[in-house]
Design a protein around this ligand. Structure first.
Ligand SMILES: [Zn+2]
Length: 432
C-alpha cells in the first residue's frame, strides 16, 4: 500500500477541494480521508505537503507519429512526455503513416500502446487514406478498440460525405473529432491572415477558413444528432457559433457538441510568429489578442469544454525550412499544465479546480473513460503538482523539441505522475 499524505486534494468531478490523504492498494484507490501514516503499514509514503493532488490528466489530442514517422516521436517517447506533463491517458490521432484507417494498423498501434506506462488510446480515421471520399469500416475499427473517429490534420471538405460520416458515428454512439479549416480560403497555412502575415508578405489562413467550417458542421451536428467534437478552436467567431449551437442542441437533444482549445491558442497570438518563426507555425494558426480573449471567455462559460494539447512533434531540420514549407505544430504535453496555471489560473480566469476539470473530467466524459476522477475503489491515476513552483521550460523527454515556450519561465510543476498505482514520473529536482 502507498499513502499520499498532506496534500491539497482536488477532484473536480465530485467538487471536492480539501486536505485529504489517499491510500492506494495496487492499481486502485483504497481509501480517501484523514489517514494516519503510522497506522496503515504503508510500504511507501509520499509526502505531498505543499502540493496539490488531482486526477491524472487526460489529453484527447496527441500525435505520437507511430507508425511511420518515429524519428519525430514514437509510442514510448510520447508516453514518457505525457507522463512528465502529468498525463495518465492520451488519445492519439490517426494521421500516422500509414494512417489508422484499417484493422492491421489499428492493431499495431494498440499493441504498442499496451506497452506504454500510461494509458494510450487512439481514434481511427473517418475516411480511407484520409482522402475524404470513402468511409473506413467504422464498426470493425470501433470493435477493435478505436475510441472514436477523426481525419485530424486534414479537414473534411465535402458536406455530403461528412453527413454520411456523422450518421455512421451516431449509429456507433462515439464522437467524431473535426479539424476545421477550409483549404480554399487559405494561402500559406499555419499563420493568421492578419497584421503579421501582411508584414511578412504572406497570404495566411483567415479566421473565416475556420469559422465557416465550424458553422457548417454545427448545423450538420444539429441536423444529424451525431456527437461532434470541434478540435483546437482558434478564433472568436467559432466560439460564438459553438455557443449558439450548444444552445440550440440543449433545447432539442441535449448537448452533442463539445469543443477543445490548446494551451498555445490561449497563451500566444500571431505576434509569436515574429519572435519564434516556424516554431509558432501551427494549424489552425495563433490569432489576435481579441481571439485569445474570446477563447478564454469560452473556457470560462463552458462553451469550450476541455483543454487538449495537439502535441505535434517535428524535428529541427523540418522546422528550419522556409516558413511556407515547414510543417505546422508544436509539442505540448510537457508544458500544458504549466501554461494553464500561468495563463489561466494566475490571472484569475479559471480557478485551479476548474482548470483541472477541463483536463480530467471533461475529456474523460467525451470518450466515457473510467478516469478523470478520484474516488475510493476508482483507478489510481493521480497527478501531484506544485502550483507555485516556477521552472524554465526545456529538457524535453519528447523526441522533438519544437516548442516556442522553450526557455520561458512558467509556474506550476508536475512532481509525480501515478498511473494504475505505479509512479511513472517523478520530478528529478526532488532527488537531493
Ligand atoms: Zn488538427
Amino acid at each position: 500500500m502507498t499513502l499520499i499524505t498532506g496534500g491539497q486534494f482536488i477532484d473536480p468531478q465530485s467538487g471536492t477541494d480539501d486536505f485529504l490523504d489517499i491510500a492506494l492498494d495496487g492499481a486502485r484507490i483504497a481509501r480517501i480521508g484523514k489517514l494516519d501514516p503510522q497506522a496503515g503499514g504503508y510500504g511507501r509514503v509520499i509526502d505531498a505537503r505543499g502540493m496539490t493532488v488531482v486526477p491524472g490528466l487526460i489529453d484527447v489530442h496527441v500525435h505520437f507519429r507511430d507508425p511511420g514517422l518515429t524519428y519525430k516521436e514514437d509510442s514510448a517517447s510520447g508516453a514518457a512526455a505525457a507522463a512528465r506533463g502529468g498525463f495518465t491517458s492520451v488519445v492519439c490521432m490517426a494521421n500516422t503513416k500509414p494512417p489508422v484507417d484499417n484493422p492491421e494498423t489499428l492493431a499495431e498501434v494498440l499493441a504498442k500502446a499496451a506497452k506504454a506506462p500510461i494509458r494510450v488510446y487512439t481514434v481511427a480515421a473517418v475516411s480511407r487514406g484520409m482522402e475524404g471520399k470513402e468511409l473506413t469500416d467504422m464498426a470493425a475499427l470501433r470493435k477493435l478498440g478505436a475510441l472514436g473517429f477523426s481525419d485530424d490534420g486534414i479537414p473534411i471538405r465535402n458536406p455530403a460525405f461528412l453527413q454520411k460520416a456523422l450518421l455512421a458515428v451516431k449509429a456507433l454512439d462515439v464522437p467524431i473529432s473535426l479539424h476545421e479549416e477550409e483549404p480554399s480560403l487559405i494561402g500559406v497555412p499555419g499563420i493568421h491572415e492578419g497584421a503579421v502575415s501582411a508584414a511578412m508578405g504572406i497570404h495566411g489562413a483567415s479566421a473565416v477558413s475556420e469559422s465557416a467550417m465550424v458553422a457548417r458542421d454545427c448545423m450538420l451536428a444539429l441536423a444529424t444528432g451525431a456527437r461532434v467534437h470541434i478540435q483546437h478552436v482558434s478564433c472568436a467567431e467559432s466560439t460564438e457559433l459553438i455557443r449558439l449551437a450548444k444552445r440550440l442542441l440543449d433545447a432539442r437533444l441535449g448537448a452533442r457538441i463539445t469543443a477543445e482549445v490548446t494551451p498555445q491558442h490561449f497563451s500566444l497570438t500571431e505576434d509569436a510568429v515574429r519572435t519564434h518563426g516556424t516554431l509558432a507555425k501551427l494549424n489552425p494558426p495563433l490569432r489576435t489578442e481579441g481571439d485569445r480573449q474570446a477563447l478564454i471567455a469560452a473556457l470560462k462559460d463552458g462553451t469550450i469544454d476541455m483543454i487538449a494539447t495537439d502535441h505535434a512533434p517535428h524535428n529541427i531540420e523540418e522546422k528550419e525550412k522556409p516558413f511556407a514549407e515547414a510543417p505546422g505544430g508544436l509539442i505540448g504535453l510537457e508544458t500544458a499544465l504549466a501554461l494553464g496555471i500561468t495563463n489561466l489560473v494566475l490571472p484569475g480566469h479559471l480557478t485551479l479546480p476548474a482548470l483541472i476539470g477541463k483536463m480530467t473530467a471533461a475529456p474523460a466524459q467525451l470518450y466515457g473513460l473510467d478516469a478523470g476522477y478520484l474516488a475510493e475503489g476508482g483507478i489510481a491515476d493521480i497527478t501531484i503538482l506544485d502550483d507555485r513552483e516556477t521552472w524554465t521550460v526545456g529538457g524535453f523527454v519528447s523526441k522533438s523539441s519544437n516548442s516556442p515556450f522553450a526557455g520561458s519561465t512558467l509556474t506550476g510543476k508536475v512532481k509525480y505522475t501515478i498511473c494504475g498505482g505505479k509512479i511513472v514520473y517523478q520530478d528529478a529536482t526532488d532527488f537531493y
